[in-house]
Design a protein around this ligand. Structure first.
Ligand SMILES: NC(=O)c1ccc[n+]([C@@H]2O[C@H](COP(=O)([O-])OP(=O)(O)OC[C@H]3O[C@@H](n4cnc5c(N)ncnc54)[C@H](OP(=O)(O)O)[C@@H]3O)[C@@H](O)[C@H]2O)c1
Length: 300
């Protein structure tokens, strides 16, 4: 039964996000016992007390309703739902919403991307990476991406990268600057953390912005403010999707911007792997082994 303010969802598609790994491993600790998973799409089955504006049978999705999306049915606060337009399938919603809403604040708020901006996007073949690249390119930016293996190069190019740098080359920052014709980036988007953040500072133009928004390789190193001066009076930020969408009205406005970009074809991601919820261990293994291009879809 849904509690006050909640709806019960029959979930049809669940999204995997790399944050699920951090939470499973305790990098971002959760009180135990806990479920996992932030994102799913489904159909409303029942309304709790005080819920208005929603009806049983409606197709919806969510991405910031707390952990517990790895489930076939779930109660979710109604103010965390978005209604799915006809042009967005349940599968697309479950693979796009969390990652796309991340790209939304990164490209519109952390830095408002302008035509002509040169951006460095790490993990450009990954889930957020493909969406960031495609959307930024649609906004008129030039994107140069990195990948952790040459096999991911084609996926990054297909998403819109002008060039793709292989992170296995220890001189990858120099390779980036060369590929950019001697320029450095207006913004560097780095969610790899430990393995890349210090070198990412060398890729940003004077007064440029380095966005550390994840730590797939491990915790990013501490950085002295003086280092930012030496590297060109850089700006460094560590943003998160959750505060950007905590206020319900702001969440709805951000979601409208996201769905508008989906309708224009600016937001898309390849589904790189599909798993049943029964195989959730294999999902995490594939993600940690960096085997998947694009998004992972989980079916309850
Ligand atoms: N701050 C926020 O609001 C926010 C929101 C959503 C996601 N994120 C972050 O954005 C990143 C991408 O998320 P995602 O769900 O779309 O995942 P993903 O990009 O599909 O997977 C993570 C990627 O990180 C790269 N990577 C580099 N070193 C790695 C390592 N040691 N182990 C595993 N992967 C490694 C891999 O790409 P290569 O092999 O090509 O390097 C891998 O594909 C994650 O770091 C996530 O935490 C942040």
């Amino acid at each position: 039964m849904p509690g006050p303010g909640e709806v019960t969802l029959r979930q049809t598609a669940i999204g995997f996000n790399f944050i699920d790994v951090y939470q499973r491993k305790g990098v971002y600790p959760l009180p135990l016992p806990t479920g996992l998973g932030f994102e799913a799409a489904g159909v409303i089955e029942a309304l709790g007390e005080g819920v208005s504006g929603w009806s049983p049978g409606e197709r919806v999705a969510y991405m910031n309703a707390g952990v517990g999306a790895y489930a076939d049915r779930r109660n979710v606060p109604a103010d965390k739902l978005v209604r799915l337009p006809d042009n967005v399938s349940d599968e697309a919603a479950a693979t796009l919403l969390f990652k796309g809403m991340t790209a939304q604040y990164l490209l519109r708020k952390t830095h408002r991307v302008e035509p002509g901006d040169l951006l460095l996007v790490h993990s450009a073949a990954g889930g957020v990476g493909q969406i960031l690249t495609r959307w930024a390119t649609a906004l008129g930016a030039t994107v140069i991406g990195t990948t952790g293996s040459p096999q991911k190069r084609d996926a990054a190019l297909a998403a819109g990268c002008q060039a793709v740098i292989d992170l296995n080359d220890p001189a990858w920052p120099e390779a980036f600057i060369e590929a950019a014709g001697g320029r450095k980036a207006r913004v560097v988007y780095d969610a790899i953390g430990k393995d890349t953040l210090i070198q990412s500072l060398d890729c940003a133009a004077p007064f440029g912005l380095v966005v550390s928004y994840g730590a797939a390789s491990g915790k990013a190193p501490a950085i002295e403010p003086e280092l930012l001066n030496k590297k060109g009076c850089l700006f460094l930020t560590r943003p998160s999707i959750f505060p950007h969408n905590a206020d319900p009205a702001t969440f709805r406005a951000n979601a409208a911007d996201f769905f508008d970009a989906v309708a224009k074809g600016h937001v898309a991601v390849e589904i790189g792997a599909r798993f049943s919820l029964d195989d959730i261990v294999a999902v995490h293994e594939a993600a940690e082994a960096r085997r998947v291009n694009g998004a992972i879809l989980i079916t309850p």
